[in-house]
Design a protein around this ligand. Structure first.
Ligand code: 5AD
Ligand code: SF4
Length: 349
């Protein structure tokens, strides 16, 4: 392996995405060394609250897409959402991530806005709020930012326009250029902005993933969450399940991608995502040893958690919230790192 530094070429990235065995160990070790150097062994927790599974989009891969009528839809009420955030704060989690399907109604925008303001008030401004609520107008992004949310995740899913278009309906709601613009708009508004992709999608090459990695670097993105694609029966893409890499390979692609992101971007936040654990019980642990510095216990109320079924076999859906936090604490302990309780954990800039 050539020396790994931030000038690593596209060809090297493509090659390293396939790293296995000793070569993979070395890759992960290099990334871990950089992570230790940047974050001094600390890992930050974000409590995920899945606010609503109502979505007006129809991404071909996603289990909560609009046309899946087998799903019970819910939106948490404002008080309950704020209570869970307060619970996160009292449990020492420095941030909450409010995540939902995409809606752009005034009712939705105002409800989210009120929740942001109320969380800030109830936690003395001490809890960081991260949003993942899809593509919204700049006006909405500004409103939510001014109310106190300060980080936002919007996955690009794939930076290859052609592939993006194969994964989404061909209409205005699923327009690739609008997605790119939304990422830029978030940055302009002032959000610490994150993006990411799924690995192992049908039709996705290693070169595509390598270019996604460079996209994240070139766009000066400060956070990245990436996970393996997992088939869901009630989606159009289910029919392509024979055309994707096996589970092990999809996990390795995500892990190698995390390591490469870390090598290229020593200071950004990289999440050990839950989808990894759906395919490999040690997935998130491996991610924490390969460059990730963030992990996200799910603190959605147990009653609704099973309905946020973006993909199949989502881990921890029957666990209590405290169990989910405990599990994550165990994983961090096993990784040899320490949890930075009560800290926001903004990326180092
Ligand atoms: N497998 C893995 N991840 C998925 N997502 C949506 N559907 C799936 C799936 N089947 C991811 C997308 C989206 C995020 C909320 O969940 O990347 O941005
Ligand atoms: Fe909706 Fe997001 Fe799922 Fe697409 S990926 S259908 S926007 S929840």
């Amino acid at each position: 392996m050539s020396a790994l530094n931030s000038n690593i070429s596209l060809n090297d990235i493509v090659s390293l995405l396939s790293a296995k065995g000793e070569r993979q160990k070395k890759l992960h070790k290099s990334a871990d060394t950089i992570t230790l150097n940047s974050f001094k062994g600390k890992v930050w927790l974000r409590g995920i609250i899945e606010y609503s599974n109502i979505c007006f989009k129809n991404c071909y891969y996603c289990g909560i897409r609009k046309d899946n009528n087998k799903l019970k839809r819910y939106r948490l009420n404002g008080n309950e959402t704020v209570e869970k955030a307060v619970y996160a704060w009292k449990s020492g989690l420095g941030s909450v991530l409010l995540q939902s399907g995409e809606e752009r109604s005034n009712l939705f925008i105002e409800s989210v806005n009120n929740i942001i303001k109320e969380i800030k008030k109830r936690t003395n401004g001490e809890l960081a709020i991260v949003l993942s609520m899809g593509e919204q107008s700049t006006k909405t992004y500004k409103k939510w930012f001014n109310s106190g949310a300060h980080r936002y995740l919007l996955r690009i899913e794939s930076s290859n326009k052609e592939l993006y278009e194969k994964l989404h309906p061909n209409d205005n709601l699923h327009n690739f250029n609008n997605r790119l613009k939304a990422v830029e708009s978030l940055k302009k508004v002032g959000f610490i902005t994150g993006t990411g992709i799924m690995t192992g999608l049908p039709g996705q090459s290693k070169e595509d993933i390598a270019k996604d990695i460079l996209f994240i670097k070139e766009r000066e993105i400060l956070m990245s969450g990436n996970g393996p694609y997992i088939v869901h029966k009630e989606t159009p893409l289910f029919n392509s399940y024979t055309n994707i890499p096996d589970a092990n390979e999809r996990v390795n692609l995500t892990l190698n991608m995390i390591a490469l992101l870390r090598i290229l971007m020593p200071n950004i936040n990289i999440a050990a995502t839950t989808a990894l654990d759906a395919l490999d019980k040690k997935g998130r642990l491996k991610a924490l040893k390969a460059g990730a510095n963030v992990i996200m216990p799910n603190i959605t109320p147990t009653k609704q958690k099973k309905s946020y079924s973006i993909y199949s076999n989502k881990p921890g859906i029957n666990n209590s919230l405290s169990d989910n936090i405990k599990n994550v604490e165990e994983i961090v302990k096993e990784s040899g790192k320490i949890i930075a309780y009560n800290e926001w954990g903004d990326p180092l800039q």
